[in-house]
Design a protein around this ligand. Structure first.
Ligand code: S3P
Length: 172
């Protein structure tokens, strides 16, 4: 059976929703950032600081290539994963990619105080940075099979909405 892959900007709830979805479907759950952290023995923030974003992206692409071979999983990936077409191609081989989204205001409320996101935390103006990255990534997020708005919804509600929208092909 096909993997269900959750993507979308930082703070849209991919990991929390992914775990709920996996439980509901009795599937295994995997978070690609957690795998990278485990492999490198460092947090995402430390990895960005020590080796920089380009090297992080290389590890991300390697990890996605491995994870894409799985079947019947719920996979949560980082907010920048689908920017690289190689990752999208791999994830699409045996999965359906779902985009979780929210406005820049909502995202700021969710991650503004969070210091685990290196792409946002060092910025003088996090709101501008969020808007800039959202605009840069819009096309990449639009390639997903379908999208779910996460604004003012609980992770449970988002998971239910994904379940309703999932095509039958995911289960065959
Ligand atoms: C990133 C999102 C993060 C993590 C890294 C880069 C991005 O994952 O992969 O900090 O480029 O949007 P989350 O979306 O799970 O926070």
């Amino acid at each position: 059976m096909k993997n269900i892959v959750l993507t979308g900007f930082m703070g849209t709830g991919k990991t929390t929703v992914g775990k709920i979805l996996a439980k509901k479907l009795n599937r295994e759950f995997v978070d690609t950032d957690a795998i990278i952290e485990e492999r490198l023995g460092a947090t995402i923030s430390e990895i960005f600081k020590k080796i920089g974003e380009p090297k992080f992206r290389e590890f991300e692409t390697q990890t996605i290539a491995l994870i894409s071979r799985l079947q019947n999983y719920v996979i949560s990936c980082g907010g920048g994963t689908v920017v690289n077409p190689v990752n999208v191609e791999n994830l699409n081989k045996n999965g359906i990619i779902v985009n979780l989204y929210a406005s820049a205001d909502h995202i700021l409320k969710r991650i503004g105080e969070d210091d685990t996101r290196p792409l946002i935390k060092q910025m003088l103006n996090p709101f501008d940075q969020i808007k800039k990255l959202l605009a840069q990534r819009q096309k990449a997020y639009e390639q997903c099979s379908f999208a779910v708005n996460t604004e003012d919804k609980t992770p449970e509600q988002v998971a239910e909405e994904i379940l309703k929208k999932l095509p039958q092909t995911v289960f065959s």
